[in-house]
Design a protein around this ligand. Structure first.
Ligand code: NDP
Ligand code: 2IT
Length: 462
């Protein structure tokens, strides 16, 4: 998949009469952050939406809210040493970016992937600030992780790494300070080992992580929440046209947590999922991934830790090595793998094949030029910070249940998730409606920004 990052000069759009102010702001950070392309990409998209608001509201400008939001509250970087199965010492780098704590404790996932670096974690933490504000729950934004590669590691090695990582991280987090969760390469197994080590060192059983197992303080529906939420968001967008996912052909990328539960909910709602992928390629199953096939994928990915290619071998469908699924004709697309996995050409292909709803399960999966194609074509386009907010929203509900020392039923959590996704959608419409088109990118950025900015103003210059 493409990891290319488009630059400002190539994509200057959207700012309209405020283009000069946007350029000036980006100029102040671009020179010193030239090595952080993903972070700059995320900041630029937000700047394009919110600088017009800042220009019309001098209190935000005078308090330098955007300048403050683009400088993390704190960043921790640390060495993680562990011993592999051969007895060899391994050295990785660990990070936690505490981006903005204006509206609540820092909250956001941990990513374990060889590509992890400061730029990627700062982009994710920055997105998280606005996403968490949209959830309506009191959570600040953070993100962390390591360049550790979980692929091919034994269970024991994963445990050794998680324990070593938490030995360093545990000094900087806490249930009222910073509450990490999962992201790429971090699922329920890793959260379990991380939680065990925190408890061991700090001698307290508290809700310091979310995505925990149900036996020790987890919430029902947290595993499903990101994927389900992305589908609920798509349903809300389709609802503005009197439409829904029933009978629609759906393309999903990824085969991990978000992709699996996106597929599950689409199937529940009568849509037909025809693709899934991993970093090696995609499967195309024109008959549709049904419940039984999805159970195979879940076992393959979550237990056997195999490759999506094995789906094609088992069910006799096509496998496209080294390719992404965007060339497959569809009505709806759910990018659910990673950042910049869908470029301008892919977006054009999707639109020309008739795709008219895109809901981002992943964080920043579309390049700026791809986003511009969707907005120009006026299709329904739900950006990640709105569409995938269901995951962190249910994490927030897990924190609430932990604080109350009780657990809610599946229906109770799912109903709250649906209500939150509806609320996020309404807030995006409120700030993004432009004639008869809703620009959900603008809507999400402005709605998230205003909440955080007002909290920062109230709390003074810190
Ligand atoms: P998983 O680790 O469960 O799955 C990740 C999937 O994406 C795998 O199929 C993986 O393939 C693929 N993938 C990862 N990196 C790349 C890459 N560089 N190129 C191509 N494919 C890649 O992660 P999640 O499902 O949890 O996360 C997926 C996306 O959703 C991420 O963008 C994450 O930030 C976002 N997200 C996750 C949330 C959550 O609650 N988990 C919440 C909100 C957003 P392979 O196995 O081959 O690496
Ligand atoms: O990107 C995300 O929102 C996540 N990985 C989930 C964060 C969380 O704290 O549940």
């Amino acid at each position: 998949m493409s990891e290319s990052v488009e630059t400002m000069s190539e994509t200057a759009v959207a700012g309209g009469e405020y283009q000069a102010q946007i350029e000036e702001f980006m100029g102040t950070i671009r020179d010193r952050l030239v090595n952080q392309p993903e972070f700059l990409q995320a900041v630029e998209e937000v700047a394009e939406s919110v600088i017009p608001v800042i220009e019309k509201n001098p209190r935000y400008k005078e308090a330098k809210i955007l300048e403050r939001l683009t400088e993390p509250d704190k960043v921790f970087m640390f060495r993680v040493c562990w011993v592999d199965d051969k007895g060899e010492v391994q050295v990785n780098r660990g990070f936690r970016v505490q981006m903005c704590g204006a509206i609540g404790p820092y909250k956001g996932g941990l990513r374990f992937h060889p590509s992890v670096n400061l730029s990627i974690l700062k982009f994710l933490a920055f997105e998280q600030v606005f996403k968490n504000a949209l959830t309506t729950l009191p959570m600040g934004g953070g993100k962390g992780g390591s360049n550790f590669d979980p692929k091919g590691k034994s269970d024991r090695e994963i445990m050794n790494f998680c324990q070593a990582f938490m030995s360093k991280l545990c000094h900087h987090i806490g249930p009222r300070t910073d509450v990490p969760a999962g992201d790429i390469g971090v699922g329920s197994r890793e959260i379990g080992y991380l939680f065990g080590q925190y408890k061991n060192i700090r001698n307290e059983f508290v809700g310091v992580l979310t995505g925990k197992g149900i036996e020790y303080g987890g919430s029902l529906v947290r595993p499903e929440a990101t994927g389900y939420g992305a589908v609920y968001f798509a349903q809300n967008m389709l609802g503005t046209k009197g439409d829904n996912l029933e009978g629609k052909t759906v393309v999903v990328s990824g085969a991990g947590n978000v992709a699996q539960y996106t597929a599950e909910k689409v199937i529940h709602l009568g849509g037909k999922v025809v693709t899934l992928s991993d970093s090696a390629g995609y499967i195309h199953d024109p008959a549709g991934v049904d419940t039984e096939k999805l159970a195979f994928v879940m076992d393959l990915k979550n237990n056997k830790r195999g490759r999506i290619k094995e789906y094609a071998e088992k069910y006799g469908c096509e496998y496209h090595e080294g390719k992404t699924p965007w060339e497959v004709p569809c009505d709806a697309a759910f990018p659910s793998a990673t950042q910049n996995e869908l470029n301008e050409e892919d977006a054009k292909t999707l639109v020309s094949n008739g795709c008219f709803v895109i809901s981002e399960g992943a964080n920043m999966p579309c390049t700026p030029k791809a986003t511009a194609v969707f907005l120009k074509a006026k299709v329904l386009y739900g950006p990640g910070k709105a569409a995938n907010a269901g995951g962190v929203a249910v994490s927030g509900l897990e924190m609430t249940q932990n604080a109350l020392m009780l657990g809610w039923t599946r229906d109770a959590v799912d109903n709250k998730l649906q209500a939150i996704m509806k609320d996020i959608h309404e807030n995006c419409v409120k700030h993004g409606k432009d004639g008869d088109y809703v620009d959900y990118v603008k809507g999400a950025n402005i709605a998230g920004f205003i909440k955080v900015a007002d909290a920062m103003l109230a709390q003074g210059i810190i």
